[in-house]
Design a protein around this ligand. Structure first.
Ligand code: PGA
Length: 250
């Protein structure tokens, strides 16, 4: 399976010029990378300005979307609009959206369905808080987020789904998840999706790790924890560091 490395720029950089600079330095250096798909998810407003090249390993993604394709929904951006701008992936249910915008599993479920319907690949983010981890609720939390997020998603549509395991306490903290714990989470998630969907389908669902990934720990999440890719926030804003991460995996 091709590794999937997703850069989540969040609400950065501050200017279009900065976004183009960052994107172009990444694009230049990753020209020859093989067997890895790199997805850059900039803020919506930069999407149409970013110049991909046809043969590039880099694809575009978005950080969120609305669940309807058009209509009177002030301020929203739809899956079809993002498809029109060449987005191949959309991150859904990131913990920052759950926290700052009160996104519930029900809203996330609507978004997942809309993204799948638009034939774009959704990246469903899940993960426990520090408190849930300490209380031993990791499995329970992951199961509930997956089951609610994927409620009534038909099995024939599920093959394009990607799940990102992002323990909330590891995001942006510089305290990445222990490799053994990440491996356990990987197996737990595999088991949950295999209970929901036939193995022939669930085996193709990629599971990514996200939370304080850097060029020193990236390889262990793939080689030791068995992850199918990474979701990278802070380190993806530094072209050199991001390129280094991708290169350690080739
Ligand atoms: P981080 O963010 O790499 O800065 O921890 C990851 C994410 O939120 O996707």
């Amino acid at each position: 399976m091709k590794l999937l490395i997703v850069a989540n720029w969040k609400c950065n950089p501050k200017t279009l010029k900065g976004a183009n600079l960052l994107f172009n330095s990444i694009k230049r250096k990753l020209k020859k990378v093989k067997n890895i798909e790199v997805v850059i998810c900039p803020p919506f407003v930069y999407l149409s300005n970013i110049k991909l090249s046809n043969h590039s390993v880099i694809k575009l993604g978005a950080q969120d979307c609305f669940w309807k394709n058009f209509g009177a929904f002030t301020g929203e951006i739809s899956p079809l609009m993002l498809k029109d701008l060449n987005c191949k992936y959309i991150i859904i249910g990131h913990s920052e959206r759950r926290k700052y915008f009160n996104e519930s599993d029900e809203i996330i479920n609507k978004k997942i369905k809309a993204v799948i319907e638009a034939k774009i690949k959704p990246i469903l983010c899940i993960g426990e808080t520090r408190e849930e981890k300490e209380k031993g609720y990791i499995q329970k939390k992951l199961k509930s987020q997956i089951e609610k997020g994927l409620k009534r998603v038909p099995k024939k549509e599920i093959k394009n789904l990607i799940i990102a395991y992002e323990p909330i306490w590891a995001i942006g903290t510089g305290k990445p998840c222990d490799i053994k714990e990440a491996q356990t989470a990987y197996l737990v998630i595999k088991k949950i999706i295999t209970n929901l969907y036939p193995y022939s389908i669930s085996k193709n669902i990629k599971i990514l790790y996200g939370g304080s990934v850097n060029s020193k720990n990236a390889k262990s999440y793939i080689k030791q924890a068995g992850m199918d890719g990474l979701l990278i926030g802070g380190a993806s804003l530094n072209a050199q560091e991001f390129i280094k991460i991708v290169r350690t995996l080739t």
